[in-house]
Design a protein. Structure first.
Length: 172
């Protein structure tokens, strides 16, 4: 019975990307979570250097974007959060982010994979799926980039791509 209720609650909801003020992603994420909105902010660990020290910090994988999972009832709520600019859209309508792309992002950020972000436009390559390792289940395209074979994961409506270095024997 609980599974049915969970399905009913998520059945009419979709993932959307919201555009935020620069460098406000973490504060907006926190405010959205506190207001009860299912939110996803992919973070990447990176080494930052200051004049007196080095430190590993978590930075947003996509600057100025946060993902929200909302239905018609709560669609307007993220726009009320201070720092949210608008939904990412096309011709005035917010565009849905496919669940598969959100799932791929979860796999990538929860792994220790070598990831490179790119906004270059790649020609569609052979569809592949990772069958071994921490990225098992990741689906993408096989492309050659900087003389190396990589798995390309597209985030369509943000015009962003993630390039992941994965051994060929991990692919199907």
């Amino acid at each position: 019975m609980e599974v049915e209720n969970l399905t009913d609650k998520t059945k009419n909801k979709n993932w959307y990307a919201i555009y935020t003020r620069p460098r406000a992603e973490k504060a907006i994420y926190k405010a959205l979570v506190e207001s009860g909105i299912e939110t996803f902010l992919p973070l990447q660990k990176t080494l930052r250097q200051w004049s007196d020290r080095k430190k590993i910090v978590e930075v947003p994988l996509f600057s100025s974007y946060v993902f929200v999972f909302v239905g018609k009832k709560e669609y307007h709520l993220p726009l009320k959060v201070h720092g949210v600019v608008k939904y990412v859209g096309f011709e005035g309508k917010a565009v849905r982010i496919p669940q598969q792309q959100i799932d791929n992002l979860h796999l990538i950020i929860n792994s220790n994979a070598d990831v490179e972000k790119s906004d270059l436009h790649f020609i569609e390559g052979q569809k592949v799926e990772v069958i071994m390792g921490s990225l098992k289940g990741l689906k993408g395209e096989l492309v050659k980039y900087n003389q190396r074979n990589r798995v390309l994961v597209r985030i369509d409506h943000l015009d962003q791509n993630l390039l992941v270095n994965i051994p060929k024997n991990y692919l199907q």
